[in-house]
Design a protein around this ligand. Structure first.
Ligand code: SF4
Length: 1395
């Protein structure tokens, strides 16, 4: 039979998926093997047809497993033009699970029905654009089929397709009435073509000449009557199981029927009543008198109803009978809750503890079967429990009114009765009452109460609807809402944002439906967007005295989906408004408050409309002025269109005002190289009299490109794995689509005369097989433009970073040719080419770092700042960033990037007081993203601050007696020193030096106070700012200083521009001086061998009194000798190498007026933090706490931020940050020791049972906020460590430290260039891998592989770590081992780094 079904599916559909090879392979037939993700394949099929074509799935041999695969995705799939034909052998139990999860369920019990229903299903799905499930029985005998009908099928399909084409297919509706009418419509039209009736029921006998007293519905395979006398008995075979309106059932049952049987082949249906039986019962409630209704199961192989069966049926008094033979079903195997979804359950458990009652928990399946996860089953349970509690309340009330009740007991009962709806108090009084009850075991009333003792406590009832539980239809939701019961239902929505379908709105509908219902609490939350809001919503739902609906977002595809992806998808969904965060509490309306709280900034139209109806939108907008109506409305579509046409208008106007031949330059550039080149070309073109415009590639569409007059010049660099840069990706996408899909390819861009120049690095991909990535965007652009009919004016030219003069080498050749082609090569250029504006100009013109920052922060038409102000705000400790996870998405919507700011506090030596900590903690709550990050410069940084809160944040930091100056820009960065919890006195001295150097090198501009703290500028600018150290040009580049105290080099002193190594007296109490180092630095530019990392060189020894002057003079030499032309080679390390160490030292000594003495011996043993408890010589206690990658936040498993806040409330010492991004709770007084220990333990912050590898790891922020990131770092390193940790454990190295560091780009913020294993991001998922850094940061690591992905990293490290475990020498560190055994050579000078 599958063959006929499949053939019709093929004729009617754009794509047919088949689970066994029924159809021969062809273009539109796809075989799906049992181990493939069927739902994903379905999604892909629809994507291929842009959701328009009909897709059919012919599923044989998987009737048992398929429904479980489909159920979790029913919401998503239901609204697609999809037919799922499922072949069953006998038992319909599994497929009937799909009843009510999908709009239509058709059943064919014989071959002809299967044939007809296949056609019906195809056209129903196509016309309604909804999913139709068609179930048919396996049957090899197709003799019963009408051959003539088979011949007609092609013409039927042709006719019907014409017929349906005229219908309005745009709005699928899935209410039962509409669905039924659509079914009737399709069957009647099909009957017309087939000339045979296609009914919703077939009847046996066909003609009724006598009065029917008994109706028997048969739902099973061709189970025909084999009865000698059929008088008065009507057999009915439904062809459609859902939807089935009561009217159609009543129509089928003759009016005088006194008995109705529903016999079904549902051998393993878990409950007594089946869906169809319930429909019949429901329908017959309208009959008076109601006939006797019984149900029965048709056993295996039951193909006929015999006389004896009939006799048994007519005489039975049983509600449910069995016909035929049965094999005992095997016990149900409980499904597993997917890993990610456990996080919501964990939060519920954590919040409500013993009160948490998971009503449809998987733990119930061994007792109740799979149905235990059914929400309606759960509702039954809660109803039962609440009824029992009502009985208990009644008993308590009786006892209260009983004059014999003892006074004490009476008071207890009254108290409980009064507080019975209060979770905590009812539990406390309940316990006391139970104690009393257990003392008296004679009083029957008290015994009854004791039996109900569990109801003294008020449980928090939760039904969880997700992939592992049964779904719930709107009718189920309606039951729950209308029940008025105090029960909470949590819907977990798992579809990732990037896989969403345009009609995938079921969960939103649920929220709106529940809000419209009026008497339910409703919240939409996303655990990975806002933990605090999620908790708040769950607690509010629990408190609500009635039903609550919480929609939780948790996007994932499988257990293998990484937490990073879940996070990213959540962000995208929340930011775009796909998943708005809100809470709706109708009781607030009654109290005169605002019932709706919007917790995210974007909402979609449906929600906005709802709010509008409720007349709340205006209030929400008033309370959140940032949400403008246009954002709430069309999400920018109109705005986008308006912008485009305005731009085109302006452009056309411009075109008509000039005479010179136009040259339109479009560039795509990430790092600024291509942009600079494009702008330079533009200015040279203008000098030559051309009409020139220059703009980003994404600012032009393919259509508009063809309208360009003159010459079109493209300049693009190469990003990541040969991808186009960010500001050209949209254009590339449209270009590719045009090249793939458009029919008139060769003429599409026939008017375009173009030239392309590309920038790339031919050595970036060392493997031969990756060589094609070199300059791929420019090659692609050049060839696709030609393919689409563009006229190539000049051959593609490609600039290579590896050429003698970098990309300029080829560029010069190309530019000369352009002038020739354009006929302006002979033009005499008398005008001086304008000097290009560099950061040096911006600094000098900024009026001591003012720029237009003041104006920028009050301009609320944009969330960002002017591009010229961005480098200036770094001097004020402020970095403009945007959420890169949603950058493309927002761009596609015509929105500007999701700008926000990172603010960094100045904390010389990384110390702050508990009072300061509490103020900063409050700041992140009010203005930031709820987390703080300990940076590698021993400061705290706060992410996600919106422009409107920027000034307030800076003011609050200043109120905490901290500031944000001298932490960024081309000045001294936050100075760092060893955190050494064991050496109290020494720490004091080096910390003082930090403060003094920081004070000396502080920028003197008053701009900071003027802009952020509203200090007025001196009237008339009479007194000018003066920067005695920096001058108005400031330094050529950033400048870093560190002070290390041997034997711990926790600050990685060798990686700083200027370093001090403290030399301590024999008693360990006094710093007698410092070895001075210069020229360290980590940053490089990939592929640019002029850049390199360098470890600092020692230039001598100074006394403590000389140290501050040395800092000043080294800074001055760098100011005067540093490279101000190329920022890539502007750091002090290049100045030192360019001048030579001796000359550099001599210049410093000349300015000092004295010479440095010879350096003193010192010895480092490590560069890590010393975790755990120590007591210093002053008797105070220190706890060094591991904080993974420095991120201080509350998560479901660990509330570190809360814990530290609790500590700060009682702590009398200080907090010390480390440059490894951890925290020392310092100077703990003995009297607060036990309290602090308790808090550490309560918040799980004292867990030191971590692997040596993890304790030695660190990662920079990278995605989503760092603008320079090329790959993940902070979000990815913990995941990689989980895997490498396993390798270490397998080799017995769990506790061995291996310093592993990762950064998202070659800037090297976490110093991977001196790690034993280092990773620097190169492209998404790809890293440069380094090996062999010195174990205490004294030696550079060596590039081991230039482009590794995770599988390659694991493949490299697995044998290497094993080798290390087996062959290392006593005490030999990993960094030394990889050099001794030849994996990498030692890097003894920077020049060897790239070799
Ligand atoms: S290393 Fe690069 S990606 Fe990481 S934080 Fe620093 S600049 Fe950003």
């Amino acid at each position: 039979m599958s063959m006929h079904v499949a053939r019709i599916a093929q004729l009617a559909s754009q794509t047919v998926l088949q689970t066994s090879s029924v159809l021969p392979s062809s273009d539109n037939v796809v075989f799906v093997s049992s181990n493939e993700d069927l739902v994903a394949t379905l999604r892909c099929s629809f994507q291929a047809h842009h959701g328009n074509g009909l897709v059919s799935l012919v599923a044989s041999d998987c009737a048992e497993t398929l429904p479980r695969q489909l159920l979790p995705h029913a919401g998503e799939l239901s609204h697609l033009p999809l037919v799922i034909h499922i072949e069953v052998e006998q038992d319909l139990s599994s497929v009937f699970l799909l009843h009510s999860a999908f709009p239509y369920l058709l059943l064919s019990t014989n071959t002809l029905e299967a044939y007809d229903n296949s056609i019906v299903a195809s056209f129903l799905a196509r016309s309604s654009r909804l999913t139709v499930i068609h179930v048919y029985f396996r049957d090899e005998d197709v003799a019963g089929i009408n051959r003539d009908a088979l011949l007609e099928e092609k013409s039927i399909l042709d006719h019907l397709s014409k017929d349906t084409a005229s219908n309005d297919l745009s709005t699928p509706k899935d209410d039962a009435g509409t669905l039924w009418n659509a079914y009737r419509d399709v069957t009647s039209r099909l009957s017309h073509f087939t000339s045979r009736p296609l009914r919703s029921f077939s009847f046996q006998p066909l003609e009724q000449e006598f009065e029917v007293h008994t109706v028997i519905f048969i739902i099973g395979q061709d189970c025909l009557p084999d009865i000698s006398e059929l008088t008065g008995v009507q057999f009915i075979y439904p062809r459609i199981i859902a939807p089935l309106p009561s009217s159609s059932i009543l129509e089928a049952i003759p009016p005088d029927t006194t008995r109705v049987f529903v016999l079904e082949q549902l051998l393993e249906w878990p409950t007594k009543w089946t869906p169809f039986h319930l429909e019949v019962v429901h329908a017959l409630q309208q009959r008076k008198p109601i006939p006797v209704i019984r149900s029965g199961i048709l056993g295996q192989g039951k193909t006929s109803i015999t006389d004896s069966d009939l006799e048994m049926l007519l005489n039975t008094s049983e509600d449910r009978v069995q016909l035929g033979s049965f094999v005992t079903p095997s016990p149900p195997v409980p499904p597993l809750i997917p890993k990610h979804e456990l996080s919501y359950i964990k939060v519920l458990k954590g919040l409500f503890d013993i009160r948490f009652e998971h009503l449809n928990s998987l733990s119930l399946t061994p007792t109740y079967g799979h149905l235990a996860t059914n929400p309606e089953f759960a509702l039954g349970r809660v109803r039962g429990q609440l009824e029992e509690r009502a009985r208990l309340v009644k008993l308590v009330e009786d006892l209260i009114h009983d004059s014999n009740t003892a006074d004490n007991f009476h008071s207890l009962l009254s108290n409980w009765h009064f507080h019975r709806d209060d979770a905590l108090t009812s539990h406390t009084f309940g316990l006391e009452i139970v104690q009393e009850l257990e003392r008296d075991d004679c009083n029957p009333m008290l015994k009854q109460m004791l039996k109900l003792k569990q109801h003294f406590s008020l449980p928090s009832h939760w039904i969880v609807v997700s992939s592992w539980s049964y779904d719930i239809g709107f009718s189920g939701l309606h039951h729950i809402l209308s029940s008025g019961l105090r029960v909470n239902i949590l819907f977990i929505h798992t579809i990732p944002y990037t896989l969403r379908q345009s009609n995938d709105h079921r969960q939103h509908d649920i929220g709106l439906y529940a809000m419209n219902y009026g008497s339910a609490y409703v919240a939409s939350v996303a655990l990975y967007s806002s933990y605090a809001r999620t908790m708040q919503a769950l607690v509010e739902a629990d408190h609500f005295n009635g039903p609550s609906v919480v929609l939780g977002y948790l996007p994932y595809q499988s257990d293998q989906t990484s937490a990073v992806d879940v996070l990213k998808e959540t962000r995208l969904a929340v930011d775009s408004g796909y998943w708005p965060l809100y809470r709706w509490d109708p009781t607030k309306d009654v109290e005169g408050g605002e019932p709706f709280s919007l917790d995210s900034d974007s909402v979609k139209n449906d929600l906005a409309q709802f709010l509008d109806q409720q007349n709340h939108l205006s209030q929400v907008i008033r309370s959140k002025p940032a949400i403008a109506n246009e954002i709430v409305g069309g999400l920018g579509n109109d705005l986008k269109e308006a912008r485009r046409s305005k731009a085109r208008e302006a452009y056309n106007k411009l075109l008509h005002t000039v005479d010179a031949p136009p040259m339109r330059i479009f560039y795509a550039s990430d790092g600024g190289g291509a942009e600079k080149m494009a702008k330079r070309l533009a200015s040279r073109g203008t000098i030559r009299g051309l009409d020139v415009s220059v703009t980003t590639l994404d600012s032009i569409s393919i259509d508009a490109l063809n309208d360009q007059d003159g010459y079109v010049v493209f300049i693009t660099s190469t990003a990541g794995q040969g991808e186009p840069p960010q500001n050209g990706r949209k254009f590339f996408r449209s270009l590719n689509s045009a090249a793939n899909l458009v029919n008139n390819k060769a003429t599409l861009l026939s008017k375009v005369r173009y030239l392309v120049f590309g920038l790339g690095d031919s050595h970036y991909w060392p493997r031969v097989e990756d060589a094609h990535f070199y300059n791929r965007p420019s090659k692609e652009l050049d060839s696709k433009l030609a393919l689409l009919g563009g006229q190539r004016i000049l051959d593609l030219h490609m600039g290579d970073i590896q050429d003698a003069d970098g990309p300029e080498t080829q560029y010069k050749v190309w530019e000369a040719r352009i002038w020739k082609v354009l006929g302006v090569d002979a033009v005499e250029v008398s005008e001086k080419e304008p000097e290009s504006i560099t950061l040096e100009h911006v600094k000098a013109a900024s009026n001591y770092l003012r720029g237009t920052i003041s104006e920028g922060i009050s301009d609320m038409s944009t969330g960002g700042l002017a591009s010229s102000d961005r480098p200036l705000t770094k001097y004020h400790g402020i970095w403009q960033q945007d959420d890169r996870d949603v950058r493309e998405e927002r761009q596609a919507q015509g929105l500007e990037p999701a700008y926000n700011f990172m603010v960094r506090a100045r904390m010389p030596g990384g110390s702050c007081t508990p009072e300061q900590w509490l103020k900063l903690d409050r700041l992140v709550n009010e203005y930031g993203n709820g987390t703080m990050k300990i940076s590698t410069r021993q400061t705290l940084q706060f992410h996600g601050i919106l422009k409107k809160y920027l000034k307030k944040s800076i003011q609050d930091i200043n109120k905490a007696l901290l500031d944000t100056l001298e932490v960024g820009g081309d000045v001294n960065s936050n100075i760092v020193c060893s955190s050494i919890p064991t050496m109290f006195k020494i720490h004091d001295q080096v910390h003082n030096l930090c403060m003094n150097i920081s004070e000396r090198l502080m920028p003197r501009t008053t701009a900071y106070h003027e802009i952020w703290l509203d200090n007025k500028m001196v009237a008339g600018h009479a007194v000018k700012d003066l920067e005695p150290i920096y001058s108005e040009w400031y330094l050529p580049r950033k400048f870093k200083i560190a002070i290390a105290v041997p034997p711990t080099n926790d600050v990685d002193v060798f990686t700083n521009d200027l370093g001090y190594i403290a030399i301590v007296d024999c008693e360990g109490k006094k710093v007698i001086g410092y070895n001075v180092l210069v020229g360290g630095g980590m940053g490089t530019t990939l592929g640019n061998q002029k850049t390199y990392p360098r470890v600092a060189s020692i230039i001598g020894f100074c006394t403590p009194e000389q140290a501050v002057d040395i800092a000043e003079k080294v800074t001055l030499v760098q100011r005067d000798y540093g490279d101000r032309v190329d920022r890539k080679t502007a750091r002090l390390k290049y100045t030192v190498d360019r001048m030579g160490l001796d000359k550099f030292k001599a210049e410093v000594e000349k300015r000092l007026g004295f010479s440095l003495s010879g350096h003193r011996p010192y010895s480092f043993t490590q560069n890590l933090d010393q975790y755990g408890w120590t007591t210093s010589e002053n008797g105070k206690h220190y706890f060094t706490m591991f904080i993974e990658n420095g991120r201080i936040q509350d998560t479901a498993n660990k509330e570190v931020r809360t814990g530290l806040r609790e500590i700060a409330k009682i702590h009398k010492g200080t907090f010390r940050l480390t440059t490894n991004q951890h925290l020392v709770i310092s100077e703990i007084e003995t009297d607060s020791l036990s309290q602090i220990r308790n808090i550490l333990s309560r918040y799980h912050m004292d867990n030191r049972d971590l692997s040596g590898l993890r304790l030695s790891s660190s990662a920079c922020v990278a995605f989503p906020t760092c603008g320079l990131a090329m790959a993940e770092s902070e979000r990815y390193l913990p995941i990689l460590i989980d895997k490498v940790e396993m390798i270490c454990e397998e080799n017995g190295l769990r506790n061995d430290s291996i310093v592993m560091r990762m950064t998202g780009c070659p800037a090297g913020c976490t110093r991977p260039n001196v790690a034993e294993i280092g990773f620097m991001g190169k492209a998404p998922g790809a890293y440069v891998m380094l090996l062999g850094g010195g174990a205490y940061g004294q030696r550079l690591a060596k590039v081991y592989r230039e482009n590794v992905t995770e599988p390659e990293i694991l493949a490299i490290l697995t044998p290497m770590i094993k080798h290390y475990a087996l062959d290392r020498m006593e005490g030999e560190r990993f960094g030394e081992f990889v050099i001794r055994t030849g994996y990498v050579p030692p890097v003894t000078s920077s020049q060897e780094y790239w070799k």
